[in-house]
Ligand binder design. Structure first.
Ligand code: NAP
Length: 482
């Protein structure tokens, strides 16, 4: 079933066929720097052809019933489930994350496909009461058309599928452009799509130069919608490019999540929550807690337990048994994190653990790092560090911490730890974030909306909202009934 022989570049999936249109892009394992595979690439002309083929496939795909499209989605989920170990290992190899996290990503991917397989049958419209005799009004929801989906490297499979699954469920052909660092798991996704027997042109895989592919997706009027997950900086660029055609956009951008621990929190669960939200995926998560605010009465106890557990975390190759933190995506990412740590120390923070590359490991690794007494104007309190670096700061009262937590251009996620129900409601409502975890460090799930306020994005993925993003609403008015 593999789309090429082991040593040649993996082929791209274009219009129902495996093709090798361009030069190969090498993929390296960030743990070792070794080349672990390569994938063929497309250029701008190839992207244009893929859009034309997707457009030709649109009518057939959108005219299937939701139930039939759902059956295809379930077949893709079956194919992924069958190869879960291999796909989890591929994610771990190309991204560096610990193998259990790679496998967890596959499990979530399957769940997303199954959720949207069901949602495909629920693209309900409305019958709207008339106000003039003889008229009748309907609102129906129809697929938006060809979708360009651009995905990042940090959760290479599941974040791609948050776009691909609802687009397909809604009746849209989709062109997936994975990150250049992590295209191999998307090749395996394409294999599952192929095996599920989707009509040609309905799903295609585009790997290659992001600017070339991106420019064609943005400028070609046949591509009706762009759904992007990545940095706020590139998101802004795409928003600017979209203006000429008023291209429909969904944007999942950067985050800078605060995690707030009140005096009345359950200490153990707050520490556990901070460890998970900060160090999962080596801190390379858009919803990672980047600013940990702890109330004065519990500050010392929290710090002691948090540092003890953080410094015991095992840093190493994602495929090694018992590793908690893998490498960062590359050496430059560690350099950036070290510069944030240095800036924090310069402005008075205390380095309580980590703060350097671990001995005996390559240059892409960084120890779990905790900084205490971090001042609000420190660089790491303002910018996403995207690394296993936890800045901890003290606060005194609720209004003050809400103001500090909201004092950012980002608004993706926030976490609150408290045993006081009234406080939990108040703070959750006051925080400017698309997701608030109350005593919950893993809030994302297939059936709930996910996305950012402020400069963290536009629109929502997952939940019923995740399907809305690929549907247009049409009002149909009947006159002269009666
Ligand atoms: P990135 O550099 O913005 O890249 C994301 C994707 O965009 C990649 O596929 C990249 O391709 C592509 N791209 C880059 N320049 C482009 C252009 N000019 N036109 C079209 N596509 C372009 O982000 P990243 O470093 O991969 O991901 C980390 C960022 O994503 C962080 O800021 C993180 O917070 C954010 N993120 C947000 C969410 C969310 O749900 N809100 C989730 C995860 C990550 P190449 O790889 O080929 O350059």
């Amino acid at each position: 079933m593999s789309n090429t022989s082991p040593n040649s570049p993996r082929a791209l999936y274009l219009n129902g066929e495996w093709k090798n249109p361009g030069t190969a892009l090498e993929v390296t394992n960030p743990s070792t720097g070794e080349v672990i595979g390569s994938v063929s690439t497309v250029d701008r002309a190839g992207t244009r052809q893929a859009i034309a083929d997707a457009e030709a496939a649109w009518a057939g795909w959108k005219n299937l019933t939701g139930k039939d499209r759902g059956a295809y989605l379930n077949a893709i989920a079956d194919g992924i489930e069958k190869r879960a170990d291999e796909i989890g290992r591929t994610i771990s190899l190309e991204n560096g994350k610990p193998l259990p996290q790679g496998k967890g990503e596959v499990g979530m991917t399957v769940d997303h496909f199954r959720w949207f397989a069901e949602e495909a049958r629920r693209t309900y419209g409305r019958v709207i009461p008339h106000q003039m005799d003889g008229k009748r009004h309907l609102a129906i929801r129809q697929s938006v058309g060809v979708v360009g989906a651009i995905a990042p490297w940090n959760f290479p499979l599941v974040l791609a599928v948050r776009k691909v699954a609802p687009a397909l469920a809604a009746g849209c052909p989709v062109l997936l452009k994975p990150a250049s660092a992590t295209p191999l798991s998307s090749v395996l996704l394409a294999e599952a799509v192929h095996e599920a027997g989707l009509p040609k042109g309905v799903f295609q895989l585009l790997v290659g130069n992001a600017r070339e592919i991106g420019a064609e997706l943005m400028e070609n009027p046949a591509c009706r919608k762009i759904t992007f997950t990545g940095s706020t900086e590139i998101g802004r660029e795409l928003i600017r490019q979209s203006a000429d055609q008023v291209k429909k956009l969904s944007m999942e951008l950067g985050g800078h999540a605060p995690l707030i621990v009140f005096n009345d929190a359950n200490l153990e669960s707050a520490v556990e929550g901070a460890l998970i939200t900060k160090f999962r995926n080596g801190g390379q998560s858009c919803i990672a807690s980047n600013r940990i605010y702890v109330q004065r009465g519990i500050y010392d106890a929290f710090l002691e337990s948090f540092v003890e557990k953080a410094s015991a975390m095992k840093v190493g190759d994602g495929l090694e048994e018992g590793v908690d933190i893998g490498p960062l995506i590359n050496e430059a990412a560690v350099d950036t994190a070290l510069s944030h740590i240095d800036a924090a120390i310069q402005s008075g923070a205390r380095l309580v653990c980590g703060g350097k590359r671990p001995e005996g490991r390559g240059s892409s690794f960084l120890e779990a790092t905790v900084l205490a007494d971090v001042a609000e104007d420190t660089l790491c309190m303002k910018e996403e560090t995207f690394a296993p670096v936890a800045p901890v700061a003290v606060f005194d009262d609720e209004d003050e911490v809400i103001r500090r937590a909201n004092d950012t251009e980002y608004g993706l996620a926030a976490y609150v730890f408290t045993e006081n129900l009234n406080r939990a409601w108040r703070v959750a409502e006051a925080l400017e974030a698309g997701t608030v975890g109350v005593n919950d460090s893993v809030p994302s799930t297939s059936q709930c909306p996910f996305g950012g306020m402020k400069q963290s994005g536009l629109g929502r993925e997952l939940g019923t909202e995740g399907l809305d993003a690929f549907l247009e609403t049409k009002h149909i008015s009947f006159g002269q009934i009666g």
